[in-house]
Design a protein around this ligand. Structure first.
Ligand code: SAH
Length: 238
């Protein structure tokens, strides 16, 4: 199994955890470089993907008490009982998407905004959807701090996709469900690719890549993973 992304049931501070860009330190840069080397040894071969990860200081996407773990290759708790994915999994999913600058990209599950920031360095238009307002607001602030203007954060139910901006060349779902929401297949462009963990909540899931050609789709397994569940509807609190 590659990486764990266990749901975190405890609560964590929801204060503003987006320091000014000037707070990106030499230590951040060194720790990020070390993490990138590690990802390379884990089999991430795309220089384009590694360079995008290198441009995003993961510490800025975490609350203060957890920042000291930012450059470990592990999933960590974030606000609203959710998790930021393990860097290896972020890199693997990004690599599988095979992004180009011209692609229009949809992410379901903004969480901290870390994955979205990386997508934003690789394509010119990213829409990311989050059911918790707290997380959407924090992610928006962090992306603004890092001056990543290609990513648009929406507070809405991602199981419905974003019909007004469809079709999308690439769709990435960073929360697990037993099946792919039909709206997402509908909103995937012809020739498009979708990456998503499929399986039961709280158990091991299969990370799959789906390719759409005309009216048919083909699905391939990439890895075993463990993600927090995709939950229908917008969160009524937080
Ligand atoms: N990509 C994130 C990690 C995602 S954790 C990062 O880089 O930090 C999964 C996220 O999916 C959680 O924040 C959760 O609230 C969100 N989520 C779950 N169901 C959702 C839904 N129906 N619509 C939008 N977001 C959803």
């Amino acid at each position: 199994m590659v990486g764990a992304d266990d749901p975190e049931t405890g609560s964590h501070g929801t204060g503003d955890t987006s320091p000014a860009a000037a707070d990106v330190t030499e230590a951040d840069r060194e720790a990020t470089a070390a993490l990138i080397l590690k990802l390379r040894t884990q089999g991430i071969g795309s220089q384009k993907v590694l360079s995008a990860l290198e441009r995003v200081p993961r510490r800025l996407f975490l609350s203060a008490p957890l920042q000291r773990h930012a450059y470990e290759d592990s999933a960590l708790p974030i606000e609203c009982g959710q998790t930021i994915s393990q860097p290896t999994i972020v890199a693997m999913m990004t690599e599988a998407l095979d992004l180009s600058q011209g692609h229009r990209v949809l992410e379901i599950g903004t969480g901290s905004g870390y994955q979205a920031a990386i997508l934003g360095h690789l394509s010119s238009e990213v829409h990311t959807l989050e059911r918790y307002k707290t997380l959407a607001d924090l992610a928006r602030a962090r992306l603004a701090t890092l001056k990543i203007g290609t990513v648009h954060v929406h507070h809405c139910d991602g199981t419905e996709g974003l019909p007004e901006k469809a079709p999308f060349d690439r769709i990435i779902v960073t929360a697990a469900a037993p099946e792919i929401p039909p709206a997402l297949i509908d909103q995937l462009a012809d020739g498009g690719k979708l990456v998503m963990p499929l399986g039961p909540a709280g158990d091991v899931q299969s990370l799959v890549i789906v390719e759409k050609k005309g009216a048919t789709t083909s699905t391939r397994d990439l890895a075993q993973v463990r993600f927090v569940p995709l939950v229908e509807g917008v969160a009524t609190r937080l």
